[in-house]
Ligand binder design. Structure first.
Ligand SMILES: Nc1ncnc2c1ncn2[C@@H]1O[C@H](COP(=O)(O)OP(=O)(O)OP(=O)(O)O)[C@@H](O)[C@H]1O
Ligand SMILES: [Mg+2]
Length: 239
């Protein structure tokens, strides 16, 4: 069964979609079968970041509403045969329950190793819908004080979801701290009481190309996510 991981944040624009898509690419490069599922209805762009926009015939709402089978809503990536995009191509005109989305993801789960769920920013319905479909969470923040305050609120809400794992990704980290950055990634993790999964540098290549295949930082992120699984298995054996 696939590990379902929601990638979320408090503040917008901190790098959720970048993290979700690059993590997907890194896992697929290691041969894992991965779906990047975009639940940021209305402002969806994971398909653009992955470079598969305009390839989808159906999207997740078609699968939810029975116009296609879940598998038909997947778009395979041209370079990574085990990587798939499950997009949401429209603004939600009516309420879609987390249960409805969960059923679609459950139908796909057996054939995949990872379902990475890109969530909208904030703590509204869309965030809860995305969180309710996952069993693990990665909270993305930048080191800036404005992002940290929002991350703190989201970390509190995430703790109520009882995920099997919640971890922190600090993005846009610079070697030198600048104004508005009070804490290092380690200090941020301690403040938010979440394990630090990865700290990703600000990188001009990420900004211009979105997917950076040879990025050491994203490789480390993928290895840490794979390590979580190994750690959980070891804990299970220890019980
Ligand atoms: N490590 C990085 N280095 C440089 N640029 C980055 C990095 N991470 C993200 N970006 C850039 O920051 C912008 C916002 O990133 P992204 O779209 O991933 O954020 P988001 O959290 O998904 O935003 P939203 O809340 O709108 O969904 C993008 O232009 C992206 O290329
Ligand atoms: Mg996004």
């Amino acid at each position: 069964m696939a590990r379902k991981i929601v990638v979320t944040s408090g503040k917008g624009g901190v790098g959720k979609t970048t993290v979700c898509c690059n993590l997907g690419v890194q896992l697929a490069r290691r041969g894992y079968r991965v779906i990047v599922c975009d639940l940021d209805f209305g402002l969806n762009n994971a398909d653009v970041v992955l470079g598969v926009e305009n390839r989808a015939v159906y999207d997740i709402l078609d699968a939810v509403e029975g116009r296609c089978r879940p598998r038909q809503a997947l778009v395979s990536h041209p370079y990574y045969p085990t990587l798939f995009s499950l997009s949401s191509n429209r603004v939600l005109e009516r309420y879609v329950s987390p249960q409805a989305i969960r059923l679609v993801l459950e139908a796909l789960s057996a054939q995949f190793d990872f379902i990475l769920i890109d969530s909208p920013a904030g703590i509204e319905d869309g965030f809860h819908r995305a969180a309710a479909c996952a069993e693990e969470a990665l909270l993305v923040t930048t080191p800036h004080i404005s992002a940290l305050r929002d991350a703190d609120r989201v970390a509190g809400i995430l703790s109520g979801y009882r995920f099997s794992f919640s971890g922190l990704v600090v993005n846009l980290v610079r070697r030198e701290r600048r104004r508005g950055e009070l804490l290092s990634p380690e200090e941020i993790a301690a403040t938010l009481r979440l394990p630090l999964v990865a700290s990703l540098p600000e990188d001009d290549k990420v900004f211009s190309e979105n997917i950076i295949v040879k990025s050491r930082a994203f490789r480390t992120l993928a290895e840490a996510v794979l390590g979580v699984c190994a750690g959980q298995r070891a804990q299970g054996r220890g019980r």
